[in-house]
Design a protein around this ligand. Structure first.
Ligand code: HDD
Length: 680
């Protein structure tokens, strides 16, 4: 993007858009107190441009955050694909990735409960390949023609334009109850997967079954996966809701900060490879996007690694104007007859022409491929190329038939010669009609604590429906998945407890739980609040701060006021910050501090330091306390009910807690502390 980049700091004088240097702080008037003159070209141009600054936000996935990076292939994968970016070990390809929530408007909060987009553009030598996926492996619907219905039901209700983001409202659950193919994905969104702790700690999925095609035309089916080196982690709903108020940019800040501090997040790109002869081997249809291929059945082969190492310079130019499209394919990667994918191929170009207001949006720096674009497409709004000569057609003798048509040998796109035969009809094959098995597989694969989070999620979301009928119909659908799940939700949302109608087959997959997901071996980027006050033992506070910093974590002193507090430089206070914004807390000793914190003061809301500890405790976060800090911890949590035990609570003297605190930070959350109401 270099040649289009402007650094205002290096530009001495302000000019109009046609280059005239100007002084445009005041408008041109007839007399200093007189009317403004129409002839003031500076004012007209400046205000006109401002009036046109906005473009339509994306109709879905409006809120996002993007970052540049690179992809590095682990090997030569030409045995399965002709894709050039995968054909040599160590081969690097620039990328741009945009994460997004789905339903909320551009100004909504990051931590809403929702699926999330994980869209990556690979700027390969052979053109752009966009992998436009989500953080949840199945999708809600089987056929693209239902997408407008899904989104109308899930987004704000049209009469009131509420709620702003998320599915916790009547129309969503009315639709889900009426259209049960949605249930598998709804289960995922309502589980901890729907409220990630960080966009660096999510998996990504291409969802559809794609094709990989070799240079000599052999093909296998594949599912794309992104596996995060940072592990997978989620928020609790109570945290997510509070964060939405405390810092609605929580996920964006987290990504920007990690990249700015050099803690570059990375993901391995993997594929589940399914040989052509296995197309009909499974008890689900590979063309049905509401199903995943369990990794216990088909393991993921890691092809390479993506590192996000550069934040955008300008949100609008890059993140807002990037036009991802599942139809941006490169040689060696092909599509299948998945009816959701087929419809997507139409939608993206169409919506982008609407958003960008011109057919030439692929000429923008963030969109154009690295290789030369040569074709006979011409003109249109905002054409920025100057084409020489009089020929814009093919075949042509005048230009010697340039640009030429590329054969496979010239790197031309290889269409897989799939046989197609059938009667024209609307409908879906019988192999698409099972809506419950994989929802059950997912439910069964969650740990008891994750199941509880999911039940709590349903109680909240379904409970937001004013219509008892919607609540009852939805619980009846859950009952098709698992009776205990349905009963636990039913009791919360005030509808009759359903009798069992299907036996749970007990099938599981070992790759679906977050709690059991492999953890990184370090605590880089973990945010730790060190609670201080006048009288805090400085030496203990500093020692932990230095230890955590050396381990790559992000500690912060929380103090009573900003600035110098008895030698500690305080950035964050009990007014500015809350426990929900941190992964863990540490309470150093110091008698004065404890006395002070137990008194009320107008410098922070009543009992805020105690609330810090109570929230961290009931949210299952690691808590360390030393010396008198231990007494403060005990005083804060005394009398709390429902929270179980002391897992992840590290008490002791200054030095012997540091290593245990590190181990607790690696675990990240102690689910055993959270209550479970299994037997209903
Ligand atoms: Fe979509 C944007 C992901 C089905 C229509 N979609 C969009 C984005 C992501 C996805 C990540 C944002 C891209 C970015 O960051 O710029 N969409 C998916 C996935 C789907 C899916 C993983 C199912 C597997 N989408 C889907 C269907 C349709 C659309 C079935 C329409 C029939 N999606 C769109 C869109 C958007 C879009 C309206 C809005 C803005 C845009 O395309 O550029 O065309």
């Amino acid at each position: 993007m270099a040649e289009f980049t402007i650094n205002p700091a290096n530009s001495q004088f302000e000019t109009t858009n046609f280059g005239q240097r100007v002084n445009n702080s005041e408008s041109l008037k007839a007399g200093l107190r007189g009317p403004t003159l129409m002839e003031d070209f500076m004012m007209r141009e400046k205000i006109m441009h401002f009036d046109h600054e906005r473009i339509p936000e994306r109709v879905v996935h409006a809120r996002g955050v993007g970052a540049h990076g690179y992809f590095e292939s682990y090997g030569d994968w030409s045995n399965i694909t002709a894709a050039g970016f995968l054909n040599a070990p160590g081969k690097k390809t620039p990328t741009f990735t945009r994460f997004s929530t789905v339903l909320g408007n551009k100004g909504s909060s990051d931590t809403v409960r929702d699926d999330r987009g994980f869209a990556t553009r690979f700027y390969t030598d052979e053109g752009n390949f966009d992998l436009v996926g989500n953080v949840i492996p199945p999708f809600f619907i089987q056929d693209a023609i239902k997408f407008p219905d899904l989104i109308h039901a899930g987004k704000m209700e049209p009469d009131t334009d509420t709620p702003q983001a998320g599915t916790a409202h009547e129309t969503a659950y009315d639709f889900f109850a009426e259209f049960p193919e949605t249930l598998h994905t709804v289960m995922w969104v309502l589980s901890p997967r729907g409220i990630p702790r960080s966009l660096r700690q999510v998996e990504g999925f291409g969802i559809h079954t794609f094709r990989l095609v070799t240079a000599d035309g052999n093909s296998v089916f594949c599912k794309f996966h992104w596996k995060p080196a940072q592990g997978v982690s989620n928020l609790l709903w109570d945290e997510a809701q509070k964060i939405a108020g405390k810092n609605s940019d929580f996920h964006r800040d987290d990504l920007y900060t990690a990249i700015n501090r050099g803690d570059f997040p990375s993901w391995e790109l993997g594929v589940q490879i399914i040989p052509a002869e296995d197309e009909f081997k499974y008890d689900f249809d590979l063309l049905d996007p509401t199903k995943l291929v369990p990794e216990d059945l088909v393991p993921v082969t890691k092809l390479g690694r993506m590192v996000l190492n550069r934040n955008v310079d300008n949100f609008f130019s890059e993140t807002e104007q990037v036009t991802m499209h599942p139809g941006h394919l490169v040689n060696g990667i092909g599509i299948t007859d998945d009816p959701l994918l087929q419809g997507r191929l139409f939608s993206y170009l169409d919506t982008q022409i609407n958003r960008m207001n011109s057919a030439n949006f692929m000429q923008l720096p963030i969109n154009r491929p690295l290789n030369q674009v040569t074709n006979n497409q011409r003109d249109g709004f905002m054409q920025s190329n100057t084409f020489k000569g009089n020929v814009a057609y093919y075949p042509n003798a005048l230009n010697g038939n340039k640009p030429e048509l590329a054969s496979h040998a010239d790197g031309g796109y290889i269409e897989y010669p799939e046989e197609v035969n059938g009667q024209k009809q609307r409908g879906r094959p019988p192999s698409f009609w099972d809506f419950y098995s994989q929802a059950r597989l997912y439910w069964n694969s969650l740990t008891p604590a994750e199941q509880q989070q999911t039940v709590d999620g349903f109680r909240f979301e379904v409970g937001k429906s004013k219509s008892v009928d919607v609540r009852r119909r939805f619980v009846d659908r859950l009952n098709q998945i698992d009776n205990s799940l349905a009963r636990r939700v039913a009791i919360g949302v005030g509808v009759p407890l359903p009798e069992m109608v299907v036996e749970n087959d007990g099938k599981t997959d070992s790759h679906l739980s977050i709690q059991n997901y492999p953890k990184p071996d370090n605590i880089r980027t973990r945010r730790v609040a060190i609670l201080t006050a006048p009288g805090t033992n400085q030496q203990e506070a500093k020692s932990m701060y230095d230890y955590l910093t050396a381990e790559g974590a992000y500690p912060s002193y929380i103090g009573v006021h900003q600035g110098d507090q008895e030698g500690l430089n305080i950035d964050n206070t009990y007014v500015l910050d809350s426990s929900v914004l941190y992964d863990a807390i540490y309470i150093p000793g110091g008698a004065g501090g404890i006395d002070f914190l137990s008194e009320s003061t107008s410098l922070f809301p009543m009992d805020e330091p105690k609330a810090f500890v109570m929230d961290a405790y009931r949210h299952g976060k690691p808590i360390a306390a030393s010396s008198e800090g231990e007494q403060f911890f005990q005083a804060a949590v005394e009398g709390m009910t429902g929270v179980n035990g002391t897992d992840g609570i590290i008490l002791g003297s200054e030095n012997n807690i540091q290593e245990s605190f590190k181990q607790a930070l690696i675990t990240q959350r102690f689910w055993s502390r959270l209550p479970i109401d299994q037997n209903i």
